[in-house]
Design a protein around this ligand. Structure first.
Ligand SMILES: [Zn+2]
Length: 280
């Protein structure tokens, strides 16, 4: 069996203030009719990952409605202050007062990698022109966007490859990470990696085997794009054991180079690029 690097970077963790987690877990458990195994508040979640060799940890949260990005970002700044190996994708809502100025303030933090949009939850199309100033700012500041724009594991009319394609017509250089390997349109999102060098995919929710939203392309595609894939877990907002995805990836018996890059080097390179003030 293959081995992980001695320390791994998780590029897709969620941390919320306690009340935010309570609301999300309640919503998710009701929707799935199932109990979640890791209802850890932020400090416990971070400690749990640290004990399992995860560092740095890149977390995000999202603003499901107008008015909450600002208090959430205050909380994010405080949490970044508590843990020196923590990095953040900060939430944004285009209808907030001074939304752009606040995004700029957040991106001035040494360990803010960029901004996060969860379009399915926020009910905004990626090609909505209200987001264009944010895209310009992210490019201008050398930052990155974590963009939930795929239609899986759950979708609605605001997400899907066809919408995202329209963003690229205007912003072909936008540094963007597409979570969940682009689920369910794996083929389409992966093909973008050929033409858009600033796009990366993350593995979150895609590598538990034999589920409707499991990554279903040949493993040779994983080798082909191993420079552009980041390990991410969606921890602690998951229903199945966190190790299940890691074990499945190891069982695929890919090259040592694949595991080194996906679980560590690719993430490290992006952190150095988007957070150059941090000595890694
Ligand atoms: Zn997520």
């Amino acid at each position: 069996m293959k081995k992980l690097p001695p320390s791994i970077i998780d590029f897709h963790v969620h941390l919320f203030p306690d009340k935010g987690f309570d609301a999300i877990w309640k919503f998710m458990e009701t929707a799935a009719q199932s109990q979640m195994p890791y209802k850890f508040y932020y400090q416990e979640a971070i400690e749990y990952l640290h004990q399992r060799g995860v560092s740095p940890i890149v977390f995000s949260n999202y603003a499901h409605r107008k008015g909450i990005a600002a208090p959430m970002n205050e909380w994010n700044s405080q949490v970044l202050g508590e843990f020196p190996d923590l990095y953040c994708f900060a939430p944004f809502h285009p209808d907030d007062d001074h939304a752009l100025a606040r995004a700029e303030e957040m991106m001035a933090h040494d360990r803010v990698v960029g901004m996060k949009l969860h379009l399915q939850v926020q009910k905004i199309f990626p090609q909505d022109e209200r987001l264009f100033p944010l895209y310009e700012l992210i490019i201008d500041k050398g930052k990155r966007l974590l963009l939930h724009t795929g239609n899986g594991p759950q979708g609605n009319e605001f997400v899907g490859y066809a919408h995202f394609r329209k963003v690229l017509q205007h912003f072909p250089d936008l540094p963007v990470t597409i979570p969940h390997m682009g689920c369910y349109e794996f083929t389409e999102f992966m093909a973008l990696l050929d033409d858009y060098p600033n796009i990366y995919l993350d593995t979150a929710y895609s590598f538990w085997p034999n589920l409707p939203f499991s990554f279903n392309l040949d493993k040779s595609t994983l080798e082909k794009y191993k420079d552009r894939i980041l390990y991410g877990s969606d921890f602690p907002d998951i229903f199945l054991p966190r190790e299940g995805e890691i074990d499945h990836l190891l069982e695929l018996d890919l090259s040592d180079d694949f595991y080194q890059k996906v679980f560590f080097s690719n993430g490290k390179r992006l952190l150095a690029r988007h957070c150059p003030a941090e000595l890694l």
